[in-house]
Design a binder for this molecule. Structure first.
Ligand code: CA
Length: 242
């Protein structure tokens, strides 16, 4: 596979390129947003540093997404959750915060490639072959309707666009709405890597689901354990007390 590595830091770029080549990939490294836009069409996947000299990384991400739908992982020193959420909303498939372990980044690249390389693959199978007992391929909670087969979510009758993985998380919870799911279980099923258990990816995706649906109670936090599908009633609280 051919990687486009957008990174202006020479040492970081060298380390990443070496690791990618060792995994059998070819790499084009660019240090400026302009060159990223010029070469993105060649890429099978993209690693994107957000701190670039010539353009804000989030702006570049949005522009890249208008011309390319290759898997894209943000590699960033910006560790504030708001930046990460914005990155995911702008179309990133995943993110890694510097400093990171190379093995973790490589695992995430493999996971993202697997997921995006097989559009009718894992996530679709999960929906159609998911646990029975929901009485159909659609789950309703309050005024939120989750269509597991069609992969759509409507709130009060209006469709809400979630990212692929936000939908995967929501669909997983909706598939067994009566159960509380541990973080490890969700990370293992959706991310394919239980060892990512320490990552904040899951929380960021849950935050995205809550924000986009404007129904914070749709996903209930079970402190210190995991998440459950909630019932977004009027006046409900983010942290359910049940
Ligand atoms: Ca940088």
């Amino acid at each position: 596979m051919h990687a486009l590595l957008v990174e202006d830091d020479d040492r970081m770029a060298q380390a990443l390129a070496t690791a990618l080549v060792q995994r059998g990939h070819t790499v084009r490294r660019v240090g400026r947003a302009l060159d990223a836009l010029r070469h993105v069409h060649e890429a099978d996947f993209v690693l994107l540093d957000l701190g670039l000299p010539d353009l804000d990384g989030l702006e570049l991400l949005r522009r890249l997404r208008t011309v390319c739908d290759a898997p894209l992982i943000v590699v960033t020193a910006r560790c504030e959750e708001r930046d990460v959420v914005q990155g995911l909303r702008a179309g990133a498939d995943d993110y890694v915060v510097k400093p990171f372990r190379m093995a973790e980044l490589i695992a995430r690249i493999d996971t993202v490639r697997r997921r995006t390389g097989a559009p009718s693959g894992r996530s679709a199978e999960r929906s159609t072959a998911g646990p029975s007992g929901t009485g159909g391929r659609s789950v309703r909670s309050g005024d939120v309707q989750v269509d597991l087969a069609g992969r759509t979510v409507t709130v009060a009758g209006l469709e809400v666009r979630l990212t692929r993985r936000e939908f995967d998380v929501l669909a997983f919870l909706a598939g067994r709405p009566d159960e509380v799911h541990s973080r490890e279980e969700i990370l293992d099923r959706i991310w394919g890597d239980a060892f990512l258990g320490a990552s904040r990816s899951l929380d960021v995706h849950v935050a995205g689901i809550r924000a986009k649906t404007r129904r914070p109670g749709l996903v209930r936090t079970v402190r210190g354990f995991g998440y459950q599908l909630g019932c977004p009633a009027v006046g409900d609280e983010d942290e359910g007390s049940r």
